[in-house]
Design a protein around this ligand. Structure first.
Ligand SMILES: Cc1ncc(COP(=O)(O)O)c(C=O)c1O
Length: 311
């Protein structure tokens, strides 16, 4: 039996899974999407925020009432702000105006103190490193517990359950042939692909990144607008043995696919989900009927209403 948690924390996980009805035609493999916008802050990051905090509580790295600090594009920050609010930890966030205003407002709504680094041109290769440096400085000055998501192994564990849920939920046949996921920290990709591969030997694991900053494809880092990934660096916990292929999705394709999914499928999401769906459809066309591709709706389109995506 799962542990009972206080307040909204008990609403994390157990999200639905749906099959694309329009975008994947008859000549394609089936495409199934795990609907993670159903989590309390509208993002799969609720799972990892809870995992990072509970693991640090369990081994004493985080003491009652201690300050927590994190650098974040705002999704992890919104989830951490939610978890820290319920559990009574003050939270300081380092983020940027390159990310959705909705996320900055969400962090503040849960009571976090948010500091912004200006980057009006978008997600540049230097942005995440400068946010990381500032968060480390705050931890050093204040003695805060730094969740340090890029280097935190607990957050990968937080996604294992997501993969297990998929194994339990998906009706068979056909079995899942491929899984794809857009990577920032790569926590979700690693946690889910490991859980899926344990039940599905031979699973084809595909990492998704922005074509404009396709470092995993061996290209130079660059500026783009697919929030949550394409940081200009290899995610420190992701090794070549962890994946079988990389698909680089141009941001225009990610944005277009997110809009098509909203209007054609009722799957209302952000740009990184658009990238996931664009990659999943490419794999589905290649595999053809009799196969199944799984990907993830990262978060809700409500987080992106004031930006370019739906304007
Ligand atoms: C909107 C969005 N999409 C995708 C990702 C990538 O997830 P992960 O860090 O698990 O690789 C993130 C992570 O911050 C995100 O915020």
């Amino acid at each position: 039996m799962e542990m009972e948690r206080p307040g909204g924390l008990s609403a994390i996980g157990n999200t639905p899974v749906v099959r694309l009805a329009q975008l994947a035609g008859d000549c394609c493999a089936e495409v199934w999407v795990k609907m993670e916008a159903a989590n309390p802050t509208g993002s799969y990051k609720d799972r990892m925020a809870l995992a990072m905090i509970e693991a640090a509580e369990a081994d004493g790295r985080l003491r009652p009432g201690q300050l927590v600090v994190e650098y974040t594009g705002g999704s992890t920050g919104s989830s951490l702000a939610f978890v820290c609010a319920v559990k009574g930890y003050p939270l300081r966030i380092v983020s940027s105006d390159a990310f959705a205003d909705e996320k900055i407002r969400t962090m503040r709504a849960f009571g976090a103190e948010v500091e912004l680094i200006q980057s009006p041109e978008g997600i540049t290769p230097g942005l995440i490193p400068s946010m990381m440096r500032r968060a480390a400085e705050i931890a050093e000055q204040t003695g805060a517990f730094a969740t340090d998501q890029f280097n935190n192994a607990d957050m990968v564990d937080g996604y294992r359950r997501l993969g297990e849920e998929l194994l339990e939920q998906l009706p068979g046949p056909p079995p899942v042939s491929a899984f794809c996921g857009y990577v920032g920290t790569a926590g979700c990709f690693l946690g889910v692909s490991r859980a899926l591969a344990a039940g599905l030997p031979g699973l084809h694991r595909v990492v998704v990144e922005p074509a404009e900053s396709a470092v995993l494809s061996g290209r130079p880092p660059g500026t783009h607008h697919i929030e949550g990934g394409g940081t200009g660096q290899r995610p420190p916990q992701l090794w070549p043995a962890d994946y079988d292929e990389v698909i680089a999705v141009p941001e225009a394709d990610a944005f277009r696919t997110a809009r098509l999914a909203a209007r054609g499928e009722g799957i209302f999401s952000g740009p990184s989900t658009g990238a996931n769906l664009a990659a999943a459809l490419e794999i589905a066309r290649r595999l053809g009927p009799g196969h199944r591709v799984v990907t993830i709706q990262v978060d809700s389109g409500l987080k992106y209403l004031t930006g370019q995506l739906y304007s």
